[in-house]
Design a protein around this ligand. Structure first.
Ligand code: G6P
Length: 609
């Protein structure tokens, strides 16, 4: 989390930094700050609590800060509450080192105590101020240069960091370092950029250097030099990124979330088309051969909505391929000493490719000699680079904190993998495979038709926006869709929402049902449809207000409201049933006057554990 930008060139830095931060605000938005170096060498820091717009106001959209070199930060608080004092950039005690930081310095207490013993004082509760002072300490103690000081810091630091640093004595340079938190460097003509994510600098350059863990860079107007932790030079080539700058713009929509909901048909279509060749699944572009995919144990690791994709896929893959699938929260997997067979395949799912726990789960699997396959949206991200093989989704940049189109694109890749596993295991023949593929090719159009009917959901949201408790129930794939629907509603509308496997409701949770409690039933799975319908009836007789989501023409349960989605193969139903729940979340959030793209306390990319 947290967004970092940096600029060194011939133009005024502050407006460019603000513009870059705006593109990164989804990474954290409880405070923001800029440090700009004037031509006389003085570094001015301006920080504000709250959204970036306040920082823009305070600095006259950057016009009040003069200088052609600077760094900026938008924060998601980890150490120290959101406040002006704790906002970045932080200076060391004598002001000669200025730092912005993304990540968590785990041994910051011990380092802070050491520095206090050496006479350093602190003004904030952050681990970042410890970094600024520690860099100063090494710099002075060893009469060294910035690269030496940063490498000493890296040897002492535990945890994760992406750092951008200004040293007073090295006026026209920015230093960066990275471990487990993303950071890229953009190369322009006579100007250089740094950012924690590509969209921040796309407007200026598409030539990007990726820096790896335990690497540093010295950046000047003319270019960048890279070093490893031993201060040895590292050769790097800039990569040309293919992202479209406008893809990260609102494009006439009121919010990114609704824009991204509308982009789902395209995201799914592009993703499917990238890996379909006629009637066949074709992963050759990702160098995925049968030998790599062949397995008798699939373990899916992911966080948040990506985990929910995993839950859908567990049902789909087991049904189609009859291979045992386990879905694990990456944060649990990494610490529980999991038992994995030699022939297991660990599949990591992540939109950002930077989620700290998912990345750690990939590393854990690799350390045990287990093959890893990643499903990732962001090209060149850490998980994509570290997994043995990566299948990219084609959702384009996703900006709203609550994911929608990346979730749908991940499902699409998952279905294709399920077909491949089924084919390799001899569970489906070419004719069956072709039939599934035909149905998958129809999905984008069907998703579009659900979105077209959004008015009914908007009306429902308007009538029910004051609801305080919602339950979403279903069985099998419907339950998996409920997990995602419930997360969406709670994260953007702050309505307490829980997903339950319909059969489990009776074991305690049903006691929460009162007159007027809203219970959604998702009913697309014919084998268990009547069972879920009975569970809905049980809560209806206890006063619940029932809302159903089912296939068109299906008679399901007695409901106050019924939403329908086009019929598809039941294995792919989550791709459709989730859409009304996404739209519902969006409209309820709007009705409640909330910031739907940036819900409180959240960040899009969770790069700390
Ligand atoms: C955050 C986002 C979620 C996302 C999760 C995992 O919590 O708000 O929308 O599902 O991280 O992110 P990833 O980038 O790994 O898919």
């Amino acid at each position: 989390m947290c967004g970092i930008v940096g600029y060194i060139g011939k133009k005024q830095a502050a407006p460019i930094l603000l513009e870059g931060l705006k593109k990164l605000e989804y990474r954290g938005y409880d405070s923001a700050g800029l440090a700009v170096r004037a031509d006389d060498g003085e570094v001015t820091v301006v920080k504000t609590k709250g959204r970036l717009s306040r920082l823009a106001e305070r600095t006259g959209s950057g016009a009040l800060l003069h200088g052609t070199c600077g760094i900026g930060h938008t924060r998601w608080a980890t150490h120290g509450e959101p406040s002006e004092e704790n906002a970045h950039p932080h200076k060391c005690m004598d002001g000669s080192v200025t730092v912005v930081h993304n990540g968590i310095l785990e041994n910051y207490r011990e380092l802070r105590e050491k520095l206090v013993r050496k006479g350093y004082t602190f003004h904030s509760q952050t681990d970042t101020e410890v970094i600024a002072n520690l860099l100063h300490y090494y710099y002075k103690k060893y009469h060294s240069d910035p690269i030496d000081a940063v490498s000493r810091f890296m040897m002492r630091a535990r945890g994760s960091y992406a750092l951008a640093v200004l040293f007073e004595d090295y006026g026209d340079e920015i230093y960066v370092a990275r471990k487990d938190s993303p950071m890229i460097i953009g190369a322009g003509r006579g100007e250089m950029f740094i950012a924690s994510d590509v969209p921040a600098i796309l407007k200026y350059t598409k030539r990007v250097y990726y820096i790896e863990n335990y690497e540093m860079a010295r950046i000047t107007r003319e270019g960048a030099e890279f070093y490893n932790i031993d201060r040895e030079p590292v050769e790097k080539r800039a990569v040309r990124v293919t992202l479209d700058e406008n893809a990260a713009e609102m494009g006439g929509y009121e919010h990114f979330m609704i824009k991204e909901i509308h982009e789902q048909p395209q995201a799914v279509e592009l993703t499917l088309n990238s890996y379909l060749s006629g009637d066949y699944v074709d992963f050759s572009e990702c160098k995925l051969c049968d030998k790599f995919l062949e397995t008798d144990e699939i373990v899916i690791v992911a966080c948040g909505s990506a985990y929910h994709v995993g839950v859908v896929l567990q049902y789909v893959v087991e049904k189609l391929a009859r291979i045992p699938v386990r879905v694990e929260l990456a944060s649990e997997f990494r610490y529980r000493d999991p038992i994995l067979g030699k022939n297991a395949l660990v599949v990591a799912i992540s939109q950002s490719g930077e989620t700290a726990d998912t990345l750690a789960a990939v590393r854990e699997a690799k350390a045990r000699g287990i093959r890893t396959l990643a499903i990732v949206n962001v090209r060149g991200s850490s998980i994509a680079r570290e997994a043995d093989k990566t299948v990219y989704t084609f959702a384009g940049p996703e900006i709203a904190v609550a994911t929608t189109k990346a979730y749908s694109a991940q499902l699409a890749v998952g279905y294709l993998l399920a077909l491949e596993w089924a084919r390799i295991a001899g569970r489906i023949d070419d004719v069956q495979c072709a039939a599934y593929i035909e149905e998958l090719r129809n999905l984008p159009q069907k998703i579009a038709s659900v979105i077209e009917n959004k008015d009914a959901i908007q009306k429902f949201a308007a009538e029910n926006s004051t609801v305080t408790d919602v339950f979403m129930i279903g069985r099998g794939i419907d339950y998996a869709a409920c997990l995602e629907g419930a997360l969406k509603l709670k994260e953007v509308s702050y309505v307490h929402t829980e997903a339950y496997a319909a059969g489990e409701l009776k074991h305690g949770t049903i006691s929460l049902i009162e007159n007027g409690t809203v219970v959604f039933g998702v009913l697309t799975q014919s084998e268990v449809l009547e069972k879920t319908a009975s569970n809905l009836e049980e809560v209806r007789t206890r006063g619940a207000s029932i809302v159903t989501v089912s296939f068109e023409g299906e008679k399901t349960a007695e409901a106050k409201y019924a939403f329908h989605v086009p019929r598809t193969d039941e294995l792919f139903a989550a791709s459709l049933s989730v859409i009304p729940l996404q739209l519902l979340s969006y409209y309820v959030s709007l009705q409640r006057g909330l910031d739907v793209d940036k819900p409180r306390n959240l960040a899009k990319s969770v790069t700390v554990e």
